[in-house]
Write a new protein. Structure first.
Length: 293
């Protein structure tokens, strides 16, 4: 067993975070098996019922089963986190590699675009982009991914600036190797570890961003269940006093998902390179402003 694998296996944060993520993935994939009620079925007669054997987490103001909506809402949150980070990963890695390897005006152009993107508060930029378009799940995917590319590009560029000056890269170039060969065989593998860690932390930030947009009514549109919209539905004073389960359980689900990805990301960072990556990827990297500790 390698030292990296041993560190990861013995890290309790990784086990706990990975366990939470696996549990959420299983619930999301097997939602019809774990939720017997219709997540969008309205039953006003059973409105605001407390948790019971029939309704594990109670019902909301429209009589919909909170447990069923939580389980189906996990599909939305996890898909947004994974797909949006995939978009940010593709854009960030590609632009970061090009900027760091070629430098000069290419580096200036990419980094200035990244600076402009990072200059705006993340949540406000997301609200502006989503509001300018028709709110939908696809729009949420694209906007969160587009906003997240800048941090990833800066991280990749910083790693590439170091690797491109190493002796074996200079020797490969002196032997006549092309830029594409050098980037794919030598430069790209050197940025895999920090990119994986940043992407893991970024999924947690994307889940928080999607929940914030749904809370404001700019994310996934009703009747599709979403953790953020569930909290918004239960935020009035009467429900907070007499039916707190309508907003407490979705809030706990968001907290558990974010905590799981953050703990797994921290464990990966310490396991892969506890010295270099501590400086390269500070705690909270990859998270939008609203999700940073």
């Amino acid at each position: 067993m390698s030292r990296t694998t041993q560190r990861l296996v013995t890290d309790k944060r990784g086990w706990f975070g990975g366990g939470v993520i696996v549990l959420l993935v299983v619930l999301a994939i097997g939602a019809p098996l774990f939720a017997w009620h219709d997540p969008v079925g309205v039953d006003l007669i059973n409105s605001l019922e407390p948790p019971s054997v029939h309704h594990w987490f109670g019902t909301d103001i429209e009589g919909r089963d909170v447990w069923a909506r939580l389980v189906y809402g996990a599909r939305v949150s996890l898909s947004v986190g994974i797909v949006s980070q995939g978009i940010a990963l593709a854009l960030g890695v590609m632009l970061g590699l090009v900027a760091g390897y070629y430098g000069h005006w290419v580096d200036e152009l990419v980094m200035r675009l990244a600076d402009v993107t990072l200059a705006f508060p993340t949540l406000l930029l997301l609200i502006a982009l989503v509001a300018a378009l028709q709110p939908s799940l696809t729009v949420v995917f694209l906007t969160i991914g587009f906003v997240g590319w800048a941090g990833m590009a800066r991280l990749v560029r910083g790693q590439v600036l170091v690797v491109r000056e190493l002796e074996f890269v200079q020797a490969e170039r002196a032997l006549g190797a092309g830029d594409m060969r050098i980037i794919i065989r030598h430069v790209l593998p050197s940025v895999v570890a920090p990119v994986v860690i940043a992407a893991t932390l970024g999924v947690a930030g994307a889940i928080m961003a999607e929940s914030s947009l749904s809370f404001l009514g700019l994310g996934v549109q009703p009747p599709t269940p979403s953790w953020g919209s569930m909290i918004a539905d239960g935020r009035d004073l009467y429900q907070l006093r007499h039916a707190p389960w309508t907003s407490v359980f979705p809030g706990l689900a968001i907290g558990a998902a974010v905590l799981g990805f953050n703990l797994l990301g921290d464990a990966l960072r310490d396991a892969l390179d506890p010295r270099a990556l501590q400086a390269a990827i500070p705690r909270g990297a990859g998270l939008p402003d609203i999700a940073r500790p």
